[in-house]
Structure formats: structure tokens, C-alpha cells
Ligand binder design. Sequence first.
Ligand code: MEV
Length: 444
Amino acid sequence: MKGEQKLVHGFSKKSRDEKLEIVTGHHADSEGALAIFKSFHHSDPKMQKLLEEFSENTVSNFPLPYNICPNVMVDGKTYLVPMVIEESSVVAAAANSTKYWYGRGGFHTEIIDTEKIGQVHFLWKDDKQLLIDRFDELKELLIKDCFDITENMVKRGGGIRDIELRDFSDQEPGLMQLYATFETIDSMGANFINSCLEQFSATFKKWHASKREFRKDGLEVIMCILSNLTPNCRVRVYVETILDQMDNILPGMTGAEFARRFRLGVRVAELDPHRSTTHNKGIMNGVDAVVLATGNDFRAVEACAHAYASHTGRYTSLSHVTIKDNVFRFEAEIPFALGVVGGLTNLHPLVKLSLELLGYPSATELMSIAAAVGLANNFSAVKNLVTVGIQQGHMKMHLLNIMNQLNIPENRKAEVIEYFKDKVVSVSSVRNLAERWHLTGVKE
Ligand code: MEV
């Protein structure tokens, strides 16, 4: 039966075409599906091979729009920022906002720190004090044994910052951890950190076995892994202007009135997690799009941002507003672990172009740029929400998708857009119009 799947053996060993045959065997129109999958293969076989080597069991490529947000002024420097995202209104929203703030001094950032974290989780089934008393000796050895791994990073100014012993044994018998902090300079550092952690584990076991005073079975390493929560790898980003510089942001609205409503919009996000989640999603719309375009790990960035949004013990807004002495300031603090070397950065041709377009930024400069775009998106979203509402902008962009879905001929789209200028857009309203104007199923 189509769609039903029995256990597959050796799928990864099959050729791409064999995999495609299996997959498309599950589609109602197998030949049609095969043609579509194949149409997305890169025309250059070398490039296709490169793409396939990024992952496993690849049968096709999945293109997403590569977009540009112009006028992104960050710390006095202006960028054309690449954004990879499929959501129709995100780039338009970012671009509106970056243009608006370009005329008001742009975005200002400050890197708070760049500390990364990794942990070796273990059970200590012995007297805890024996380990605590010898920890300085162990720490020295852990760092020394990692020399081969850290040598290059140290030359670039990074390496292991510190290792602490952390105790969770009051919550789980014997559970403790080596909590290590790292500086990974321009790389995200996942491989470097995980290699160090696995070396820590090997050294720890060897050192433990060499000590007569420890019980032979007293140490059990559970796992070694970096932490995606990097609260101290964080950037502060803000925009600021005097209130009357925001006059007429909407025709007839004073800057002071806009700022009052905007602050309330953000205040709701500070107080209510249902709103904070959506509000922060709006920030991450911009951040993730830059993160993807520069070949970084958007899942890590997402996980970190949302976990950090709970760092006070309650999930809240990542951005905040102050209005003081006639000055409006909109600010966010966002933790990231980004890289501009390693990973996809020197492999994916579009990632390479993204980094070139940004002038080959350092990892911290990229943090600033991504945070600025995130705040730009957040500004646009909250601005619309507290003024004209979100649907106006959204549905206008959505109209393009609906027209494509209904196969409205290219040469009639402008008329449809004009018609919906002052009307509510919905799939059915566009369909009704298309039927009235005999636009469906028309060949150009
Ligand atoms: C949609 O992708 C993002 C928004 O919902 C963000 C927000 O509500 O602040 C518009």
C-alpha cells in the first residue's frame, strides 16, 4: 500500500537512483515524483556530489529563497544581509525596519562575551571529598592532555578557559559533571569542544585508575557533549532615537503615541509567555534567516535563544523598551554560537558568497549582524501589531503565494494585486475573483 513502509535494510548503501526508486514507489504518480525530485538535482554533478556529502540518504535538494535585506547599518557599517527563509513577509518586514533605522543611526551592538560550554557527565560512586581535594591536580592534567587538540586554537587566541566540578548528587545519586568553558574564536566550536570533552573523559578514567585511594568501580562516565545553552556568548543590540524623530511613523501619529503603544506591545511579551513565544519567534525569523544563509546551525541558535529567554526562571521577551528623557530605546540580548570558519562555511558555495557579501565578518561581527536583523524584524512586527495589525502586510505578501497556488497567469497578477489593495485577502476571496475574472486554468 502506498505510504506504508516496512523495515528497510541497507538504505544508506544504495545508490541515489535506487533510493529514489524506493521513495517514489510510495508516490501515487511515481514517474511524476521521480521527475520532480530529479529536476532539483544540480546540473553540475560535482556540485550535486558536494551537496549529497553534507548529509546522508540524500535523494534531492530542497531549495529555499535566498533573499537580501539592504540598508542594515550595524555599528556605523552598512551591509547587504543575506537571509534564507520561506516565510513571505519576513524579508519585507526586516527591510522596512532596517531602512527606517538607517535614517536614525542604525543598530548598535555590544558583544557581552563569547564563552562556549561543554560538559562531561559522570557518576562518582566514591567519597566526593576525595575528588574535590584532588580536582586541581586533575584539572591540570585534563588541560595538558588536550594539548594536541587545543594547540591551533590556542595559537588563534582561544582554547580551554576553565574547568569546574559541578555536583548534582543531591538530585541523582553520584551525578556530577566537569563543566568546561571554551573560547573558540571564529568557529562555532562544536567539533573542537566535543573532541576536548572526549579527551577529558579518557584522561579522567586513566587518572582515576591510577589512584589507589579510589574505588576501582568508583567512576562511570555517562556522556560528553557541548551545551547549546551559551548564555555568556551573547550580544546586546539596540536602536535609539528621540521621540519626535518617530513622528508620522503612521500618518498623523506622534512619535510619543507610537512609543507608548509600542512599549505596551513589548510589555505584554515581557509578562505573558504565550505572547513572549510569538514575540521571540518574530526575532528569530530574522536571526535564523541570517544564520541559515551563513551556513550556521539554526537549531542550536533557536534552542539557545529560547532557553535563555527563561533564564530568570520564567519565559519572557528577549527584547525590551525604555522611554526616558524623551528617548525611545528598543533593545535585545541574544545568545548565539556562530562560526565563520569550519562546517559549511568553506564548502557551500552560497554560504561562501554570503560571507563575502558581508565582508568576511568575524564570528562576533556576524553575531551583531544577525542580532540586528532579528531586532529589525521584531520592530516591524510589533510596530504593525500595535498600529495597523499584522494581516495587512502579511496577507499582501501571502497574496503572491495564493496566486501561485491558484495558477493565476503572470500577466494578470498586477491587476489582482491592485484589486486587493483595499480588500481583505483570503484564499477564498482570491479564488472567487479568479473565477469571476476567468483566471483559473488559463494558459499564458
Ligand atoms: C510571524 O512569523 C511573526 C510574528 O507573529 C511575530 C510577532 O507576533 O511579534 C508577526
